[in-house]
Design a binder for this molecule. Structure first.
Ligand SMILES: *Cc1c(COP(=O)(O)O)cnc(C)c1O
Length: 420
């Protein structure tokens, strides 16, 4: 048993050391502060609190009620939402709940296909499929990286979808919430905005504001641009509150992970205080990285609209052997990002798609600014275009050494601390 635990300890330490010495550019990840992580270890992680605040099924939930009410109140305040449910334990679970609240089995919904950026949970072979939904894909313009609203309206008037799903996993620009809310009104449908990727930018007022633009429901993970614990929230108009709450419990959660719920309160407070400064730097960094990559000759997607208005940069790397090869090669010098389907790819090529996706939210949380974005672009260029080798890893480690402090938090502190 001793050696098994040693093996585990060594693997966790190896993971921690790797991240300490690498550039984390996965667009769906972030870092939490130690005050957030402290609550992961609390007794809350042993408990159940089924039901709503003040209406629990078990005894012992007094303090938990207070914690959950804090999370609800801060969420409503931060997003100016009429209703907030903070119980979903992940973004996929939040989406399943939203589908249960807004549809009947075998209804039709409209969503983005996965190559056009849609999340797998919007598709028929995944969460939407659990509800038996038929999924019609939006017509998409891959030059502009946007949904074709006029064509969508024509299809929608014929097929009468019950829900328009917006928000996606590859998301460079704001999406047509207002326009599709108008179409939805014509056919008595609803707009569901999945803000998993961009929640931190919405919180900081740096992207679109789906609730103000006409979305009925917003689902979102709280750990991508929103630098909280791994869980999710659902925001909605007041008149949908009961349906949403019932769909979450008893619909899709029993235990709702009370330790990370307490942790969420910390990150909500951080976002209220630092969200604006953080989000604005994230968007500036993404644009600078895109511009520099473009200048160095890369085929950066979304050129006609200034490459990006979010935390993401997408690059077509077919000329360098495709997304799989490029992502793997960068991992070799401690640059961590992912291969990504592009709108013109077939879903069946997901193991070797055309592109890579880069997210700057995590390095921004560590304090990187436009100058570091230029250096990251140069490092990627040196590896992928010039084919430089191991020496680049040292350059990455040295750059990262200067940025191992968590910013946009109440007490700045070292990241990647691991107590042996
Ligand atoms: C990441 C993501 C999800 C899933 O969130 P999890 O918390 O990983 O379950 C849902 N929707 C979109 C658009 C995402 O990008």
């Amino acid at each position: 048993m001793g050696s098994l635990l040693q093996k585990l300890e060594a693997a966790v330490k190896r993971h921690n050391d790797f991240y300490k010495n690498s550039l984390p550019l996965i667009a769906s990840e972030n870092l939490t502060c130690s005050m957030t992580r402290k609550y992961y270890l609390s007794d809350l992680g042993h408990r159940y609190a089924e039901g709503k605040v003040g209406e629990r099924f078990y005894q012992g939930c007094d303090a938990i009620d207070e914690i959950e009410q804090l999370a609800i109140d801060l969420t409503k305040k931060l997003f100016k939402a009429e209703h907030a449910n903070v119980q979903p334990i992940s973004g996929v679970v939040a989406n399943i709940a939203a589908f249960f609240a807004l549809t009947k089995p075998f209804d039709t919904i409209m969503a983005l296909s996965v190559p056009c950026g849609g999340h797998i949970s919007h598709d028929r072979f995944s969460a939407a499929g659990i509800r038996g939904l038929k999924v019609e894909y939006y017509p998409f313009n891959s030059e502009e990286m946007e949904i074709d609203v006029d064509e969508t309206r024509k299809i929608a008037l014929k097929l009468k979808p019950r829900v328009f799903v917006l928000g996606s996993s590859l998301i460079l620009f704001p999406q047509p919430v207002k326009e599709l809310a108008e179409v939805a009104a014509e056919i008595d449908a609803k707009v569901l905005y999945d803000g998993s990727h961009v929640l931190g930018l919405i919180a900081g007022g740096e992207f679109q504001d789906p609730l103000r633009e006409g979305a009925d429901v917003v689902t979102a993970s709280t750990h991508k641009t929103f630098f909280g614990p791994q869980r999710a929230i659902i925001l909605s108009k007041k008149e949908l509150a009961d349906e949403i709450d019932r769909a979450v419990f008893p619909g899709v959660v029993s235990n709702h992970h009370l330790n990370t719920l307490a942790a969420l309160v910390v990150s909500l407070a951080e976002m209220l205080e630092f969200g604006k400064a953080y989000a604005s730097q994230v968007v500036k960094n993404a644009r600078k990285l895109a511009e520099k990559l473009y200048e160095l000759g890369f085929k950066v997607v979304g050129e006609s609209k200034g490459f990006t208005s979010s935390h993401q940069v997408a690059v077509d790397v077919r000329e360098f052997g495709g997304g799989a090869r490029v992502a793997k090669s960068l991992e070799g010098i401690n640059v961590v990002l992912n291969k990504n389907l592009m709108p013109w790819d077939d879903v069946s090529s997901s193991s070797d798609p055309s592109g890579i996706r880069i997210g700057v939210q995590e390095v921004t949380r560590l304090g990187m600014k436009e100058g570091e974005m230029e250096e990251i672009a140069e490092i990627i260029h040196a590896r992928i275009v010039k084919g430089e080798g191991e020496s680049l890893k040292q350059r990455v480690i040295e750059l990262k050494r200067k940025f191992n402090t968590i910013k946009y938090t109440f007490e700045e502190e070292e990241a990647y601390v691991w107590e042996e």
